[in-house]
Design a protein around this ligand. Structure first.
Ligand code: SAM
Length: 221
């Protein structure tokens, strides 16, 4: 008797279950991420070894949950705080080719992976900066995004000064905000943060076990 096939596709097919209008360029870029991250992760560890086989679900689809909620208008500027190997910023830069993404991290070697992958797949709307987020004082953005970086109180303290007072770019449905991805029980963390975020359950977007207890927090400026 042979085992039943896994009903959950991996790779780009998984993304296409939830997002249907990729251009051929976007499809080619997403397809290249699997082999490129596998290759780079051997040299510089940016993704846990057990997660690299689940790259499309646990990193790319997870990053794209932000696109399912916030439709960033053409010309918007986004900062990804603590991007590590490029999440959520790099998949979002593929998704929104007319929006600029600035990916920052305090560890330079992680950005080397981001720069190399962005260059190989021809992403021209992404820049990186080796810095601590709280040290940036000369740039403003329409939105900040972030995944798994710091407690909300700190993250909001870093994000708020980086956000425009009003959207610089017409067409954004959302006001300038932090959109961050977090997991687990967030009640205490939200309470001490002094913010009142909207909390969206990702399992409502993606009915897969990985997304249980995963949330997107929307904190407007
Ligand atoms: N966001 C990525 C992801 O989800 O795969 C990386 C998450 S990793 C757990 C946290 C990252 O935040 C690390 O790469 C760390 O260097 C970075 N980081 C922590 N504090 C930071 C700060 N104040 N400014 C910039 N980066 C920071």
């Amino acid at each position: 008797m042979t085992a039943a096939p896994d009903p959950t596709p991996s790779g780009v097919e998984l993304l296409q279950q939830y997002f249907t209008a990729f251009t051929p360029v976007q499809l080619a870029q997403f397809e290249q991420l699997g082999p490129l991250y596998a290759e780079w992760n051997e040299k510089i560890n940016v993704i846990s070894r057990k997660d690299i086989d689940a790259l499309y679900e646990r990193h790319i689809l997870h990053s794209l949950s932000i696109a399912a909620v916030g439709n960033f208008a053409k010309g918007s500027a986004i900062i990804d705080i603590g991007t590590g190997g490029g999440f959520p910023g790099l998949p979002l830069a593929i998704f929104f080719p007319e929006v600029t993404f600035h990916l920052v991290d305090s560890i330079a070697k992680k950005l080397k992976v981001v720069d190399a992958i962005a260059k190989t797949i021809g992403l021209t709307n992404l820049t990186t900066q080796h810095t601590r987020a709280e040290e940036i004082n000369n740039k403003k953005f329409d939105f900040a995004v972030s995944r798994a970086v710091a407690p909300l109180k700190e993250l909001w303290g870093w994000s708020k000064p980086l956000l425009q007072h009003k959207n610089r770019t017409a067409g954004n449905e959302l006001a300038p905000a932090l959109l961050c991805l977090k997991g687990g029980d967030l009640a205490a963390e939200i309470q001490v943060s002094g913010t009142k975020p909207k909390q969206l359950s990702l399992s409502a977007l993606f009915p897969l076990p990985f997304f249980e207890k995963k949330f997107l927090l929307y904190v407007p400026r």
